[in-house]
Design a protein around this ligand. Structure first.
Ligand SMILES: O=C(O)CCC(=O)C(=O)O
Ligand SMILES: [Fe+2]
Length: 387
């Protein structure tokens, strides 16, 4: 096979573009305990002319998405320098007027816009890509780079990943890309996030018990996160405890979303993860977070791709979370929510870890086998997640 073209970003020094200093990675933690051991996938092996190399790659991917639902991706075509991880610092120049005008309103079922609790988040949806009016003015000079970057992540990296996942399901290479993934902007119906989190006040750490985002699974197809040195992302292991995701410079952390868990009939695992305070030696560091949340077509019925020879041969797998709960809904004769209904109701009802009213036993929480769980019901689907 011919080699996949590498990312070729627009120049960073075009006339009129403000200078942005390169990103200086903060120090890694000295903490060694309690880190997950994840599979690493070299995406460039997909282009190998040796069919055995490609077959081994598909096998490794199969194991990683069944075992962990999280994996590292390397050699995917973007170098660390090209990623321009400093661009989020441009939000330091956002005007007060833009902050207010572009404030996000999750009750719409979308996380679009700007949020400023402990640092900031800016989420890019189709509306933001298509209309500069919804983009902070201070970012306008960088639209070419930000768009090209998200386009490459979606159209090249995610497309190749979905090709590998289609092969695991023994379906045609473009199956997931054509029939499941949404298209139409650099993030399709999903979104791209720039975020920079400042050190959290002691009072907030106490209120949230160290949590920054509750245990959850992502709604979409795949999530692509840039690996960053400040360790906050944790995954729920088979041992039923939380483990930090280690730092792998330049790698992408890939996580499987609920849509793929359901489409694969539970063969892929939408792993539960959360955002927690970093180890003590990183408590005072800023944390960068660049993430592309890929989403499926909004009107996709969340059901397994029964034409998959893997599913036909081995049946569906009901060992965990969301697929199992969707199956209960289908077995009772009701039709499960569409993808859009499913993601929007969850976004509109999301709770913050500092919400001391909802985050209590008897409100959103229950004890199951001695473990504290969030238990909620969305459109007849029961969602039980470790806190
Ligand atoms: O910021 C991160 O590392 C991950 C956030 C996350 O899991 C999410 O927003 O779904
Ligand atoms: Fe997530």
């Amino acid at each position: 096979m011919t080699a996949t073209p590498a990312f070729n970003p627009p120049a960073a020094d075009l006339p009129g573009k403000p200078y942005v200093r390169p990103w200086v990675p903060p120090p890694v933690t000295n903490e060694k305990h309690n880190f997950a051991d994840l599979h690493a996938i070299d995406l460039s092996l997909m282009d190998s002319s040796d069919p055995n190399v490609v077959a081994r790659l598909v096998d490794t991917v199969k194991q990683a998405i069944r075992d962990d639902g999280f994996l590292f991706l390397e050699n995917y075509g973007i170098s660390l320098e090209q990623a321009r991880l400093s661009l989020p610092y441009m939000y330091d120049n956002i005007s007060e007027e833009d902050k207010e005008r572009l404030l996000f309103h999750p009750d719409t079922g979308r996380w679009a816009g700007y949020k400023h609790p402990f640092g900031f988040k800016f989420n890019w949806y189709t509306r933001e890509w298509n209309n500069l009016q919804y983009v902070p003015t201070c970012l306008h000079p960088f639209m070419d780079e930000i768009t090209a970057f998200a386009d490459y992540l979606t159209g090249s990296v995610n497309r190749r990943l979905l090709c590998l996942f289609s092969r695991v399901l023994e379906l045609p290479d473009d199956y997931l890309w054509k029939h499941v993934q949404s298209h139409g902007s650099p993030s399709g119906e999903g979104y791209f996030r720039h975020a920079l989190f400042r050190p959290v006040k002691q009072e907030t750490v106490k209120q949230s018990q160290g949590l920054r985002m509750h245990g959850h699974t992502d709604f979409g197809t795949t999530t692509l996160l840039f690996s960053v040195p400040v360790s906050c992302l944790q995954i729920w292991g088979d041992d039923e405890t939380w483990h930090y995701v280690p730092y792998k410079p330049g790698a992408l952390v890939i996580n499987i979303g609920e849509t793929l868990e359901i489409v694969s009939g539970g063969h892929f695992k939408a792993t539960r993860h959360r955002v927690y305070k970093p180890p003590a030696d990183q408590a005072e560091l800023e944390r960068l977070s660049l993430v592309l949340f890929n989403s499926s077509l909004g009107d996709l019925q969340m059901t397994p791709a029964i034409e998959s020879p893997l599913i036909q041969r081995e049946g569906c797998v009901e060992y965990q979370g969301v697929y199992k709960e969707f199956k209960k809904v289908m077995d009772s004769g009701l039709s499960p929510p569409t993808n859009k209904e499913w993601r929007e109701i969850q976004i509109a009802n999301a709770t913050d870890p500092t919400d001391t009213v909802r985050n209590r036993i008897g409100a959103d929480q229950v004890l199951i086998g001695g473990k504290l769980m969030n238990q909620r019901d969305f459109m007849g689907v029961k969602v039980v997640l470790p806190v």
